[in-house]
Design a protein around this ligand. Sequence first.
Ligand code: PMV
Length: 341
Amino acid sequence: MIMVDCPAKTFIVEGLSMNLEPRSAIAHPNIAFIKYWGNIDSSLRLPANGSISMTLAALETKTTVEFSENLLSDHVVINGAEAKGQSYSRVTQHLDRIRTLSGLNTMAKVTSQSNFPLSTGLASSASGFAALTLAASKAADLELTLKDLSILARKGSGSACRSIFGGFVEWYASKNDADSYAEQIMDQSYWNLIDVIAIVQEDQKEVSSTSGHAAAESSPLQNGRVQDAVRRLNDCRQAILDRNFNKLALIVESDSNMMHSVMLTSNPPILYWEAATITIMRNIVNWRGEGLEVCYTIDAGPNVHCICTAESALEIEKRLRKLSGVQRILKSRVGGIARVI
Ligand code: PMV
């Protein structure tokens, strides 16, 4: 066995066993303006349609990964609790992808902390898998491009491929693994939009997005939604490029309604909304009628993302606080790229 000593690391070259330094990364979740719902290949997470999102600055997941010879199995701690079941196996499967790419055969310790509630439709898996991809690839000494990172993150959780980037981001649909990745449309300084998130329930959702994606095909509406996706993507991309809020509002709300129509008509049907969700949706449309620049969009959960211009954000927050069922408000500007710390 050959031992190589570097200042920071000890390598045992034969058999590719190494003790490497822990590495940490921060990634932000994103809110989809044009939603990803349903896969053409669920093991590779190749989406049925392309999607566009905005990265959220105020919410973040910080993840530290350390590969170590001393571990007999992967050890995963998420928000202070040891991960078990599905959440544990999704992380270890992702670590396996990194081990395959790097030739490492050691187990890892993963510690992940988010500053917002998990599994409530706030895209915690997007920031979680983006941060894990970046931290684990660095910890394994891999040098990956942003495109490689996006493809890799996608396999952990589809929407995570968009969280590698900051600003306004598009994820391309493709039948091929190598062509389904995200890219930035415009950076976070291009348009000062705010996401005012009305939390109506903090409990973890009953139907995970993974099972929701699998059920999407059973809805007779999914085919129409997917067929129309290129039009919605074009409209949304153009509205961002033109900073045209009214155009953006109409396409964002319509896309969210389409995804929830598919959910409601899947077998079994999925209803993520609470009564307060609908109250907020109605009010947002009325407030826009009064001239406030705001629209709603809802992910796989009951909480409502109210996308607004910076000029309207304070008034929207004030009005949301008065609505019954709104427990808490989170606010975020457009966020930046996932980064190693
Ligand atoms: O990445 P997943 O498997 O958590 O799916 C995300 C699905 C939605 O949040 C509902 C839509 C999207 O594009 O982010």
